[in-house]
Design a protein around this ligand. Sequence first.
Ligand SMILES: [Fe+2]
Ligand SMILES: [Fe+2]
Length: 293
Amino acid sequence: MAPLTIIQISDLHLSRTHGFFNANWREVLRRIQISASEQVIVSGDLTVDGADSADDLAWAAAELARLGGAALCIPGNHDCGEEFEGAHGQRIDATRRNRWIEHFGVEWWFRELGNWRLLGLNSQLLGSGDPAEATQLAWIEKTLAEASGSPIGVFVHKPLFLEHPGEAPAPGHATLPGPRRRLLELIRRARVRFVACGHLHQYRALHHDGIDYIWAPSTAFLVREQLPGVQNALGYVVHRLFEDGRYAHVFVRMPELTAIDLESLKGGRYRYLRDIPPSAVGAIMAEHGLAAV
Ligand SMILES: [Fe+2]
Ligand SMILES: [Fe+2]
């Protein structure tokens, strides 16, 4: 029997006012619309600045609706704020979380797909101290226990670790060590097959302790930081879920997307994309050959 297929897209970074990457997304949308995947999953950073801009969230939700309600989304740090101190003034909080929920319905979810069980989590709650952190954790524990025995896949925005579960904290890059340990314990106990993330804008496949860890690339832009073993290209990931519990995936590069690295786009003039005045966006896009949508 043919495996079930999931298309995972990540880090779309959509915006009405800062629409640098909207044309790339529309190209990805065309590709998805002609694919025969059972499910589309969007692993966070749907927006340029949904953490502070309700309009970015509204724009991204309207764009994702072009898939006809087929996409399951989880928030990224740019959509609902960060979990660590020194998070550039954008800590996750009730206001930011509720804004995401208003546009996308839920922060975390569970789906049955064939005999597979899928969980999507809000990475930015892990280690945040937000009251919803404990609620999500209790839900993860219960949901994984109930799904145990079925093949399980987990989707998060941030990777649980970069190289190894015992590594030093890398706030801003990976989940903080405390919640990482707790989550890994639950994931191992439930015999989860794979954990798929986004956030680093690079593709990578790691295997650790019987679990596949897949980093989906961005559809929007490249970053200069090269982590070991990565492929730095735009595109998406197709996950194949076999009925007997086997799991496979492929990284699909999309050379037809405009691949620009973030630093050259900011041109040394801005710390974050959100700092660029909307009035300056058109000229920057023209300078870099980015099409408007
Ligand atoms: Fe991102
Ligand atoms: Fe991110």
